[in-house]
Design a protein around this ligand. Structure first.
Ligand SMILES: Nc1ncnc2c1ncn2[C@@H]1O[C@H](COP(=O)(O)OP(=O)(O)OP(=O)(O)O)[C@@H](O)[C@H]1O
Ligand SMILES: [Mg+2]
Length: 294
């Protein structure tokens, strides 16, 4: 029962990759039910799970068809792994135009997400890199946001641009709970320098903008990731599905690294929920002291 998004204004940083792996971790390891809604009309999350065929198979089961009442909540769901469902979007720009020009559209969209949120343990949103209206309203509707920053000099620019975008659009920066440094390469100076710059920049933003996000352990750049993605597999697929021994060995390393990252998320989530529970005001009992009427 939480809406979690990955975002960065910069393209190709690993938003879809990370949200897809988070989704599969939650279903496979934590035994949760998960829905990923692709706000990006590239719908590349389907490719990540090897189900690009579902995007082209039918033309009438997009999110937009549910929004206008032509499809039911069940009919737009695509189960790509056990307890892991995806929804595709037809046209992000057209959806954004609708959100700007037709007031009820926003409410319809929020109501749909609420219904799914009640029925799934997690609703994850995969965004396009562009900053359209659909992105603005749904980032704002998310409970938590994971910023994905690629470890190169342009990636750091993406970080700064993204924070600026949040400020410009009045999206609370406090929603950014995590920052994932992606595409780390050991033995190379540039990613290490970028990691330090990211750390410094995050501290600066926490001082000046109230950013209070946990910087997660880095996710390494591995050619295996691209290799298994082209085969439609994820690191949380069962060992048997990997055809070559090399793929399996390398995938197990990626899985281990991801488990470390998700452990940090789980621990942080626990801390957050404890904090929320401690802050909850005890309900004051109203004691009426009515005098008996004579
Ligand atoms: N840690 C990594 N190691 C190696 N390749 C990676 C890693 N993370 C992402 N990639 C690759 O980078 C490319 C972009 O990843 P992805 O599609 O997840 O990014 P994105 O931010 O969702 O892109 P877009 O902005 O286009 O939606 C893909 O080819 C993916 O395989
Ligand atoms: Mg993407």
């Amino acid at each position: 029962m939480a809406i979690i998004s990955t975002y960065c204004k910069k393209g190709g940083v690993g938003k879809t990759t990370f949200i897809g792996y988070l989704a599969h971790y939650l279903t496979e390891v934590k035994k949760k039910t998960v829905l990923v809604i692709s706000i990006d009309d590239q719908n590349s999350i389907f490719t990540l799970f090897g189900r690009q065929d579902l995007v082209t198979a039918r033309n009438d089961d997009y999110l937009e068809y549910l929004m206008v009442g032509q499809r039911t909540f069940d009919e737009v769901l695509h189960e790509v792994r056990e307890n892991l469902y995806l929804i595709k979007t037809l046209n992000t720009d057209a959806l954004s135009t609708e959100l700007i020009t037709k007031r009820p559209t926003e409410k319809i969209l929020f109501n749909i997400i609420d219904v799914y949120n009640e029925n799934f343990d997690y609703v994850l949103l995969d965004f396009p890199p562009s900053s359209c209206r659909a992105t603005e309203v749904l980032l704002d509707y998310s409970d938590r946001i994971i910023l994905i920053i690629s470890l190169d000099s342009m990636g750091i620019d993406g970080f700064i641009n993204t924070i600026q975008f949040f400020v410009d659009q009045d999206i609370p920066i406090s929603k950014i709970q995590y920052i994932l440094p992606n595409k780390f390469i050991a033995n190379r100076r540039a990613p290490k320098d970028s990691l330090q710059t990211l750390d410094k920049q995050a501290k600066e933003f926490s001082r000046t903008m109230g950013l209070n996000a946990l910087i997660l352990p880095y996710f390494s750049e591995k050619s295996t990731i691209q290799n298994i993605q082209t085969q439609g597999k994820t690191p949380f697929d069962k060992n048997e599905v990997f055809e070559t021994r090399y793929d399996l060995t390398e995938t197990l390393k990626v899985r281990k690294e991801l488990l470390g990252i998700f452990k940090s998320v789980d621990e942080h989530e626990e801390k957050l929920s404890k904090k929320a529970a401690a802050q909850e005001q005890p309900q004051e009992k109203v004691v009426l002291n009515l005098k008996k009427k004579k």
